[in-house]
Design a protein around this ligand. Structure first.
Ligand SMILES: Nc1ncnc2c1ncn2[C@@H]1O[C@H](COP(=O)(O)OP(=O)(O)O)[C@@H](O)[C@H]1O
Ligand SMILES: [Mg+2]
Length: 289
């Protein structure tokens, strides 16, 4: 299953979206709250239920004691968001001042997340917070850069508003270059649109020259539940946000497997007929609707 990292140009729904995707996935799922500016789920959605004994910061401490220590400590720092334990959360930092301590933890954490996705079939989502650049590259302490480099998908969360698109526009080129030079390739980059504002998915894709891999509806009641916790709103299980989030997880999986097929069997210029067959085959397994 894919490891999908979510980022924003400026607060635009990354944490809410990451929670919606994690809780909606058909597969076992894990959300790693890796926003260096600090996590909001513990005090928000969980209403303080998860004590400070759980979470990301402890993995930084563990990692310093030895090469395999993080992998061993990992499971004991996850919080179950459901009874059955299929929806796991790695709660984020309680203090943004701790972010610098994580710089050398990200690569080992990334390895563990990929093992969980590849070998245990988990849908893994990373809340990577707001993007920060330094000299045209991902900032080494204000972003979890290694997680973004290694993610199967890096999705910039945007809203369909002029303000959101204006801010996102400046990040596309540096992000694409970063993924080309240091990451999983430029095809890893996509947009996730929150349908708030006048711009539709095709307009957003045209404006930013990046495919929109999923669109989620504006659903204030469900989003508010993910932000502040408490009692789920009426009809939560069938809410527009949760239903579309479920479809989105399938679209991500299809996008990643399509890319894998294309990597294994690159279309051959010498045989355009074969390339056409491949394209039709991969389109079938692509996103619906
Ligand atoms: N799909 C949505 N529909 C309506 N409101 C949303 C949606 N996604 C997020 N929000 C709201 O936007 C605000 C910011 O969301 P949040 O997830 O905290 O953003 P970020 O993590 O990017 O800072 C919150 O009040 C949240 O409830
Ligand atoms: Mg957030």
């Amino acid at each position: 299953m894919p490891v999908t990292a979510l980022v924003s140009a400026k607060s635009s729904g990354v944490t809410t979206t990451a929670l919606a995707l994690t809780l909606a996935s058909k597969r076992p799922s894990l959300l790693a709250e890796c926003d260096p500016a600090g996590g909001t789920i513990r005090a928000g959605f969980l209403q303080g239920e998860a004590t400070a004994g759980f979470g990301l910061y402890h993995l930084a401490t563990a990692e310093r004691t030895g090469p395999d220590a993080l992998a061993h400590a990992f499971a004991s720092h996850l919080w179950s968001m459901d009874q059955a334990g299929h929806r796991k959360l790695l709660p984020g930092l309680t203090d943004p001042g701790q972010a610098a301590a994580l710089t050398r933890t990200w690569p080992a954490l990334s390895d563990v997340l990929h093992v969980l996705a590849d070998d245990a079939g988990y849908d893994v989502f990373i809340d990577a917070g707001r993007l920060a650049l330094e000299s045209g590259h991902l900032h080494p302490t204000l972003t979890p850069a290694p997680l973004l480099h290694q993610a199967d998908l890096v999705l910039l969360v945007v809203r369909g508003t002029e303000q959101s698109l204006t801010l996102a526009r400046h990040l596309i080129d540096p992000l694409r270059t970063e993924l080309t030079e240091r990451g999983n390739g430029p095809e890893a980059l996509g947009l996730l649109l929150i349908e708030d504002g006048p711009y539709r998915a095709h307009q957003v894709a045209d404006a930013l020259k990046v495919p929109v891999l999923a669109a989620l509806p504006a659903d204030p009641a469900t989003a508010d539940y993910f932000t502040t916790g408490g009692r789920p709103p009426r009809g939560y299980g069938r809410s527009p946000l949760l239903r579309h989030a479920r479809t989105a997880t399938e679209q991500f999986e299809a996008a990643v497997s399509r890319r894998e097929i294309q990597r294994q069997y690159p279309p051959r210029a010498a045989n355009p007929q074969l390339a056409g067959v491949l394209q039709r085959l991969t389109e079938r397994s692509g996103p619906r609707g």
